[in-house]
Design a protein around this ligand. Structure first.
Ligand code: SAH
Ligand code: SF4
Ligand code: F3S
Length: 442
């Protein structure tokens, strides 16, 4: 079918994995002849790349799908596609169609590659959700729009089954790409001019386990530093249970590997960590943070924390606050526990009341904001290398980019310096951002 002059729009929800997967969806649509359209209403195909990590994510997405009912009436040729984690849940596709019958096609996480054939041949069957783990989707071309940053998947899926989490059910078991395949992709991206490559996995430290040939994450990092050129290498997420000394040594071995570790702790009490099946103790976590800070001076450690998991007492919560006080995270993503059908946590009975959850998240965020502001004094007066990522549209002639350890910095420039490395002297800071002056351009 000829899709000339037809346009696509993608709405992406959830984590970086989805952000990158949307680039693959864009790749497929480009191959089919569609062009990107910035305004959803003007597109001929709209793809919802969904997330289901918390109930609020699902509600938001469905609310958004609902707003397109009228448009579909006005433009009957419009195709609405849903894919991603939400659609992979048991019976979800059929459930969505009951309430949103105007959705044309629903693909599970292992069926993305089918978009190419199914979109041109829509039929009565609308839901395609394969239960068995998909292959690696390596052959799907990405249409990237994130210069100078590029995302690269190194491992798909998750084997950890934290009791609160739906990801292992919707993303399947761990599947690692080969070192060679990752190397080729990263080398190609560096050659094309990308300056920051972020390696993605639910747990990058599990990389290679399923290959059974001695491959591991530290080896991958060392291999990638053989690539010539000036670029930054980032990675996420790191599970604390298997963050090895070998990985710390690999990070220390090349200054192009950013000293930034996203190390979700989830909770500060051993009772909660056990109930969550996180497989480390509070003491082990604190020791690991100490070790990383000592061996990688200047490192930025960021984290994810959840409050209100089943059975969390005030005492448990105070231990989380105490851990946050001790670790001095550069930033923390804080979440209220959301019950997810199909997970072990769903059937636990000791549910924490909503008002207590709300009170705890407020106290947690207040504490972390205070720490973030305190840490600003470590930056003020010092010069950092920044990769300029974008303009800051809120201010005139203002650009922004990140330090190696991931802090966002704003600065002014009369010339367009996007995609360049600059040196910036930081002179003031708020909770969210730092401000500075350029001292040198690459
Ligand atoms: N693989 C990563 C996390 C991916 S999900 C890891 O192991 O750390 C991102 C974050 O969402 C998690 O770190 C957790 O803090 C949060 N999260 C996961 N399931 C959740 C749930 N049911 N309710 C609330 N937050 C959740
Ligand atoms: Fe979810 Fe745990 Fe896997 Fe992270 S490690 S994706 S939190 S099950
Ligand atoms: Fe990511 Fe949400 Fe799926 S956080 S892995 S898009 S459930």
């Amino acid at each position: 079918m000829n899709n000339e002059n037809k346009k696509y729009h993608i709405l992406t929800y959830g984590c970086q994995m989805n952000v990158h997967e949307s680039e693959k969806i864009a790749g497929i649509l480009t191959k089919l002849g569609y062009e990107y359209e910035e305004v959803a209403e003007n597109a001929d195909v709209i793809v919802f790349n969904t997330c289901c990590i918390r109930e609020t994510a699902e509600q938001k997405i469905l609310g958004h799908v609902g707003t397109f009912k009228k448009l579909k009436k006005k433009k009957p040729w419009l195709k609405i596609v849903m894919c991603g984690c939400m659609t992979q849940q048991e019976g979800k596709g059929e459930e969505i169609l009951k309430n949103y019958p105007y959705v044309d096609l629903i693909l599970g996480t292992h069926n993305i590659a089918e978009l190419e054939s199914r979109l041109n041949n829509l039929s009565k069957q609308k839901v395609y959700v394969q239960k068995t783990d998909g292959y690696l989707n390596e052959e799907i071309p990405s249409t990237r729009t994130s210069m100078p940053n590029a995302w690269v998947n190194i491992i798909y899926g998750c084997n950890n089954f934290c009791t609160y989490c739906i990801v292992p059910y919707v993303r399947g078991r761990e599947r690692s790409r080969s070192i060679q395949s990752v190397y080729q992709e990263v080398e190609g991206l560096v050659r094309e001019g990308y300056k920051e490559i972020t390696l993605l996995g639910q747990n990058v430290n599990s990389y290679g386990n399923d290959l059974n040939d001695g491959t591991n994450f530290a080896k991958l990092l060392r291999e990638l530093t053989k690539i010539d050129g000036k670029f930054r290498l980032r990675f996420m997420t790191s599970h604390p249970k298997d963050f090895t000394d070998e990985v710390i040594d690999a990070i220390a071995s090349d200054k192009r590997i950013c000293k930034h570790v996203h190390l979700p702790v989830q909770a500060g009490s051993n009772n909660m960590l056990k109930a969550m099946n996180r497989k480390y103790t509070r003491e082990q976590y604190l020791e690991l943070v100490e070790k990383i800070k000592t061996r990688l001076p200047g490192v930025g450690i960021t984290t994810d924390i959840m409050v209100g998991f089943n059975g969390e007492t005030e005492e448990d919560f105070l231990q989380t606050l105490d851990l946050v006080e001790k670790c001095k995270f550069s930033s923390a993503f804080c979440f209220v526990y959301s019950r997810r059908k199909g997970t072990a946590g769903y059937n636990m009975t000791n549910i924490v009341p909503q008002d207590i959850k709300k009170d705890r998240i407020k106290r947690l965020i207040t504490l972390q904001n205070k720490i973030t502001r305190q840490l600003n004094s470590n930056y003020i007066g010092n010069v950092f290398e920044i990769l300029v990522e974008d303009v800051n549209p809120k201010f005139e002639n203002t650009y922004c980019g990140r330090t190696e350890c991931g802090r966002l910095v704003n600065f002014k420039s009369d010339t367009d310096i996007r995609n360049k490395f600059v040196k910036v002297k930081v002179n003031k800071g708020t909770t969210a951002t730092l401000w500075g002056e350029i001292t040198e351009v690459e």
